[in-house]
Design a protein around this ligand. Sequence first.
Ligand SMILES: [Zn+2]
Length: 404
Amino acid sequence: MQRTYKFRLYPNTEQWKKLDDTLSTCRWTYNKMIEFLKKNKEKFQTRNDLNYFLTELKESESWLYSCHSKMLQMISTQIDGAQKAIMQLHKNGHKTGSLKFAKYEEYRTFIYNQSGFRITQNMLYLSKIGKIKIILHRSIPENTCVKQVMVIKSKSGKWYTCITYDLDVELPKINLTKSTGIDVGIKNFAYDSDGHQTPNPLNLQKMLKPLARVQRKIARRQIGSQNRKKTMRFYRIIHERIKNRRKDFLHKISTQYAKKYNIVFVEKLQKLNMVKNHKFARNILDSSWGIFTKMLDYKCVVIEVPAKNTSVECSRCGNMVPKSPSIRIHRCNVCNLILDRDHNAAINILKKGLEIFGITNYDIMLPQELWEVTPVKIPERSMKQEEVTGRPVMVHKQIFEYKS
Ligand SMILES: [Zn+2]
């Protein structure tokens, strides 16, 4: 298993310039390689071909020797990976183009693989650049083999490094009684089968006003002026802030689940299809459930189950209850189960997940209190009101209604 930590770098002015120069060199080399690919379109260029081209390039451009050699080789590895990814996408029926030249703004990373770096308590030594101040807020265990150091310039101009090292851990045994199903949505970011709900923080939506303000400002500035550049930087800082808040939230919620449960079942989302509905597209993209699943995946065990009928089926009797997305309550005519629609879906996801392990007797698996709640009759009026506003009233508790 590999683990990657991200740290902030604090270069001085001289180092800052060196880092920027290295980035420029890498970008130049990258673009040269892309040019080479475009010229030799008829044949697929492998990583070896690209490396051979690099050696030739170095002969004519001797200044390239001022960069760590393996770092430049990593560019060909990156391009090779990108090419293969494009081919795979094409095979899967997606629309694909070819690799493009990288602009200054877009090219923001370079990689030291296996060699050319050394990490001490508060310094990161990079070959041909020097010792840069770093604050290790997390300790990298001694005697571990650091595989890779990636240097990143963020959009707002801060420098970061991602340090990857090998980690040998024994995978823990899974206790199936510590399992849960999670239904993700726009209104509630996550609703699990135990009835805990987490509202969607909608980070982007909250920042739309400041973003619009800055965008207006940019539009007023003259193209190419220093003031416009300054405002653009501010615009990127806001975007970075949104990204950081989103990530912080996702880390917190995924850690919470990973601590509580051994195994988490989630729906397999067809996100691209959902984004096509542009009414919700922005919120869906802002929610980033994909990153949430990825984070969960390295913190505990995540299994994706097919999404078919999870929100329609009754989680108690299996009756189909079709409903439009605006109806927030699941009501079954057959067994009279009344539940928040997301909660019902979450239980269905848990059921589907446990079926994979051959468990069909859910009552034992589900938390006891779920089946021991005393039936409560909900006044009709409050229910109607709820459907109009679409705001779930039931929090953390399940309310069942029985026919007398
Ligand atoms: Zn039912």
